[in-house]
Design a protein around this ligand. Structure first.
Ligand SMILES: Cc1cc2nc3c(=O)[nH]c(=O)nc-3n(C[C@H](O)[C@H](O)[C@H](O)COP(=O)(O)OP(=O)(O)OC[C@H]3O[C@@H](n4cnc5c(N)ncnc54)[C@H](O)[C@@H]3O)c2cc1C
Length: 180
């Protein structure tokens, strides 16, 4: 899904999938309050509208991270490395990596996605701004606990599985005795 292109170029890439390796840049947004998150709204016809701005620090992280990933691939012996742009930048050696500086770091020109969505049922003290307490119990309810990646106050910005395992382990010890 992350590979760009349509039709024959895309099919060509897919036919070589067995010889491809993909690395992704994890960029943390929300360094600045005005950069935090986006909006999901409904338009007049009831269709979903998504709005998500990407600030300059994130573009810079994606650009510099992509250079590092290209260098890792090339150092590991890759014949060529591609960026995730709609018009992918192909790099066959170190001399090509700087071409990423001239690539379009813009919305809809680059595949940008996340596999780490968190914070949907954020924990916190204030029921106006959070869903569960630090004990994972839903505010205002005695018998509902939430135990998954949604309770982090915001996205961690790093791979979350071990933290989620830790949370589940804590919950098993502390919540189960309360509901028996
Ligand atoms: C492509 C990809 C790669 C990733 N790579 C990594 C990685 O390398 N390292 C890492 O740490 N993290 C990685 N992650 C992130 C990590 O997998 C998730 O953050 C984590 O699995 C979330 O755990 P969770 O328990 O909150 O949710 P999930 O694992 O999504 O579990 C939710 C469960 O609830 C079930 N469910 C949903 N609705 C209902 C319902 N109504 N009734 C009953 N059950 C329901 C679902 O079937 C699912 O089993 C990756 C994620 C993706 C998508």
């Amino acid at each position: 899904m992350a590979f760009g292109g349509f039709g024959e170029p895309h099919q060509d890439l897919m036919s070589r999938l067995g010889n491809l390796s993909a690395l992704i840049v994890l960029a943390i947004d929300g360094f600045l309050p005005e950069e935090q998150g986006g909006e999901v709204t409904l338009d007049g016809a009831g269709r979903v509208r998504l709005s998500y701005d990407i600030g300059e620090p994130v573009w810079e992280a994606l650009r510099e991270g992509s250079k590092a990933l290209a260098r890792i691939h090339l150092a590991a012996g890759a014949e060529s490395a591609f960026s995730a742009h709609e018009d992918a930048v192909e790099m066959r050696g170190e001399g090509d990596v700087e071409r990423l500086d001239r690539a379009p770091w813009e919305k809809l020109r680059l595949g940008v996605f996340t596999a780490h969505c968190m914070g949907g049922c954020a924990m916190g003290r204030d029921p106006e701004r959070s869903v569960v307490s630090s004990q994972l119990r839903m505010h205002g309810m005695d018998n509902i606990w939430v135990v998954d990646g949604s309770v982090f106050p915001t996205s961690l910005g790093v791979n979350p599985q071990l933290s989620i395992f830790g949370l589940a382990h804590w919950a098993a010890e502390h919540i189960v005795p309360q509901v028996r």
